[in-house]
Design a protein around this ligand. Structure first.
Ligand SMILES: Nc1nc2c(ncn2[C@@H]2O[C@H](COP(=O)(O)OP(=O)(O)OP(=O)(O)O)[C@@H](O)[C@H]2O)c(=O)[nH]1
Ligand SMILES: [Mg+2]
Length: 193
């Protein structure tokens, strides 16, 4: 899919702020600083639509992006950032629970994982959590440009096994640097919406 127009509709914290349209939407999930916002930018071919940073914790709200009035991406704050207070973490948990349990527009979630490393306990927990809501999940193994070519298939296999991915859930090797996996990611996303 080629997206010519994309815009931020709203940065929401509360349910009553979610957009009231009926567009299908795909949410991003993943550890803080893993590359969720970069993933959105690569898919819509815009450098700075979703704000990125080399410091973790950049995205703090649910950011709803409208793609040509056809669908939405929802950028979500990351998890696992150490410098977060107990009360902030609790607020994050509540915001996620409300969103994932109530949002009717939601068609699936792209879970972004660092392809260099084994999925963390939090990554595994997130995958299981999404499956409790019976949501389709697409795993994006990102930063593939940082893994040598011959080791990439092994890393993908390892991530698939560690997460105990369901057969119907895809995993795609991806890089926001090189654009690797962009077409395959769009294919999976279009199948979900
Ligand atoms: N080499 C490489 N760097 C990447 C890739 N994707 C993201 N990055 C870098 O990783 C850092 C974090 O990227 P973001 O997209 O801001 O990460 P995020 O998951 O949105 O982070 P939070 O909003 O803090 O949760 C930035 O410095 C990006 O340039 C990739 O595929 N390859
Ligand atoms: Mg972000």
């Amino acid at each position: 899919m080629k997206v010519n127009e994309a815009e931020l509709l709203i940065s929401a914290v509360r349910q009553d702020q979610y957009p009231k349209n009926s567009l299908p939407e795909i949410a991003l999930a993943g550890r803080s600083n893993v590359g969720k916002s970069s993933f959105i930018n690569t898919l819509v071919t815009r450098k700075n639509l979703a704000r990125t940073s080399n410091k973790p914790g950049k995205t703090q709200t649910l950011n709803f992006y409208d793609l040509e009035g056809r669908m939405m991406f929802v950028d979500v704050p990351g998890y696992g950032y150490a410098k977060v207070s107990k009360s902030e973490r609790a607020a994050w948990g509540k915001m996620m629970e409300t969103y994932f349990s109530s949002r009717e527009n939601l068609r699936g979630v792209a879970v972004i994982i660092d392809s260099r490393h084994s999925p963390s306990a939090l990554d595994i927990q997130m995958y299981k959590y999404l499956k409790e809501f019976e949501l389709p999940v697409l795993v994006i193994a990102t930063k593939a440009d940082k893994v040598s070519k011959n080791k990439r298939p092994k890393h993908v296999k390892h991530i698939r096994e560690t997460l105990e991915l369901e057969k119907t859930d895809d995993i795609i090797l991806f890089s926001a640097e090189t654009g690797q996996g962009k077409e395959d990611a769009w294919k999976s996303i279009q199948a979900m919406v």
